[in-house]
Design a protein around this ligand. Structure first.
Ligand code: ATP
Length: 562
């Protein structure tokens, strides 16, 4: 089976932030600044409670000077908190945005270099979700939730430390009552969270994939007799997503137990405080500090419980993104393969002992050896599913064989960078893929970004001037969404124009099986004739007229040559 690493629907979230760390490393300085500002702003919040307590003591002691200082301190702390919080938010969101932009570039760049088999073997919607909405979730987390998470966590730590200094007895009561229960709730949440949120992300990706695919196949699915098929397929995935979301919400609601713990702990604290104040072992100011600080502490915990679900979602998304990046490792400049060998300008295309399978079930191409001398003109024929397209993709270097070699001018295609192979061997598929835009935009997708003059020359060379002139706007004619305004044959004309711009010595053409308009069929034939001069032309021929015109044919049956 062709060697590609398949993506996992629910990859492990273990140590995912550590695995992600290299992507954050370039933004270390700004992250450290944001962290520092966050610590300082939280310290300011935590100090508010003692400042109030100090003020209360001043009132009970009738010390006006201390009261004045307490009020000034309170104002200074509130102002410092405001400025520092804003500063840390700005720095963190800046670092987050930069990281995400770099990550988006990285994902697109890796996907652009991914082997064709990798892209074909995965559902478009899944790849789409991993490289768009999961990155967007992560942006939201880094920009909005991470700063809150940091501030909440720090508030909890600093408040606990402060309370310990004020009254170890009350603090120990609080910690003893609250901490074990809070940790137990957190552990209960964590046990279920990775699976629940992972399943939700996978179900969401499946729904996106089904939606993308059914939308493309819309015409077939709403055909007479099965009008509800489109909706039925979508609804089944939607139901699964709903079930997965319900489970995630159920897991999230476990954290609501924090509210109960808060009530019990506050009541116990108040009872003990009243008793200690009556005994004269505690001042009223200290009790006020405790009540205010405890409120802070519990509010932090409640906020933390709200954020924990978001953090888990971001963690799952990150794991799926890291999985994608791991499946598409960067090009190794020292790798022995694809070391930059050059393909000659002209040469024979020779396949030797080719074997290829899409999956472990069975080989689709079996021990195929065939040679196409330079300038050859041959047809590849066989019944549907016999392996013609697969063999053509192997001959064009789009797939790597599981065994055997494809050589051009004596050089193994695997030893040559992919873009160099594309300059020598071009395959025009049955369904030429077009993007939304003009004809010129579509021709510009050719390697080397050809200039307008080169496009005009290609049109002239293939005698397609009047075909282009008939499009409203000529080269600037909008072709509609994904080129919907063109028929299958016309799409192949665009494919031929692209090939003319590359000017490769070997051309493989997978003839369109669709019924072609006679005018388009004639233009295609004439364009192929003009283009083939001086090159090797291999046609996957379906139509008897094409087969009759070819000087020789190579027949393939169940993956073997006959
Ligand atoms: N991407 C794929 N994943 C899994 N199996 C595939 C894939 N593409 C083709 N196959 C299978 O490989 C076999 C050969 O397919 P291939 O498209 O090469 O045949 P073909 O002779 O070109 O057919 P056609 O004339 O209909 O285009 C078929 O059984 C097909 O189902």
């Amino acid at each position: 089976m062709a060697e590609i690493r398949m993506l996992t629907a629910e990859p492990s979230t273990a140590r995912v932030f550590r695995r992600f760390w290299p992507s954050l490393r370039p933004h270390r300085a700004i992250m450290a600044g944001a962290l520092l500002a966050s610590v300082a702003s939280t310290a300011a919040v935590v100090a508010i409670a003692p400042a109030i307590g100090w003020g209360v003591d001043a009132v009970t002691d009738g010390d006006r000077r201390q009261l004045w200082w307490a009020v000034m301190l309170l104002v200074a702390l509130v102002l410092a908190r405001m400025v520092l919080l804003r500063w840390s938010e700005v720095l963190l969101s800046d670092a987050g945005e930069r990281t995400i932009r770099a990550l988006r570039d990285l994902v697109v760049e890796r996907l652009a270099r991914a082997p064709l088999r990798f892209v074909e073997a995965h559902r478009t919607g899944d790849l789409l979700r991993r490289s768009t909405s999961e990155i967007a979730d992560l942006t939201l987390f880094l920009r909005d939730q991470l700063p809150q998470l940091l501030s909440v966590g720090l508030t909890a730590v600093l408040t606990t430390a402060m309370l310990l200094v004020y009254s170890p007895l009350l603090s120990l009561l609080l910690i003893g009552l609250f901490l074990p229960a809070a940790l137990a709730v957190l552990a209960w949440f964590n046990r279920a969270a990775p699976a629940a949120f992972g399943r939700q992300a996978a179900a969401d990706a499946t729904m996106t994939a089904t939606f993308t695919e059914t939308l493309t196949a819309h015409e077939a699915l709403v055909a007479p007799g099965r009008p509800q098929e489109w909706v039925r397929r979508f609804r089944a995935d939607n139901d699964r997503l709903l079930a997965a979301s319900d489970r995630a919400v159920g897991t999230q609601s476990r954290l609501e137990l924090f509210g109960l713990i808060e009530g019990v702990a506050t009541a116990a604290l108040l009872i003990l405080s009243v008793w200690l104040v009556r005994d004269g072992r505690l001042g009223v100011g200290t009790v006020v500090v405790f009540v205010v600080a405890t409120r802070n502490l519990f509010e932090s915990m409640l906020a933390l419980s709200g954020l924990a679900g978001q953090a888990q979602l971001a963690r799952v998304g990150l794991a799926r993104l890291v999985d994608l990046l791991a499946a598409l490792p960067p090009a190794d400049p020292d790798a022995p393969q694809r070391s930059g060998s050059e393909l000659p300008a002209r040469g024979d295309l020779v396949a030797q002992g080719l074997r290829f399978a899409y999956d472990e079930r069975e080989d689709v191409v079996r021990d195929v050896s065939v040679a196409f001398p330079a300038g050859d003109r041959a047809g590849l024929v066989g019944v549907t599913g016999s392996g013609k397209t697969t063999l053509a993709k192997l001959l064009a270097g789009l797939y790597e064989p599981d065994a055997g070699t494809v050589r051009y001018g004596g050089v193994d295609l695997r030893a040559v960078p992919a873009h160099r192979v594309r300059e020598r061997i071009v395959l025009i598929p049955q369904q030429v893929h077009l993007i939304t835009g003009t004809l010129a935009d579509n021709l510009a997708l050719t390697p080397g970004a050809p200039a307008r003059a080169a496009m005009e020359r290609a049109v002239e060379r293939l005698a397609l001037g009047d075909w282009v002139a008939r499009l409203p706007g000529g080269l600037d004619a909008p072709l509609g969404a994904r080129g919907e305004k063109l028929s299958a044959g016309e799409r192949q004309i665009v494919g031929l124009l692209r090939a003319a711009l590359v000017d490769p010595p070997v051309l493989l053409l997978d003839e369109a099986t669709a019924d072609l308009d006679p005018d388009v069929a004639e233009r295609l034939e004439s364009a192929v004739e003009r283009l083939r001069a001086g090159r090797t032309l291999i046609v996957i021929a379906h139509r008897p007229e094409t087969i009759a015109r070819l000087p020789r044919t190579v027949r393939i049956e169940a993956g073997r040559l006959r």
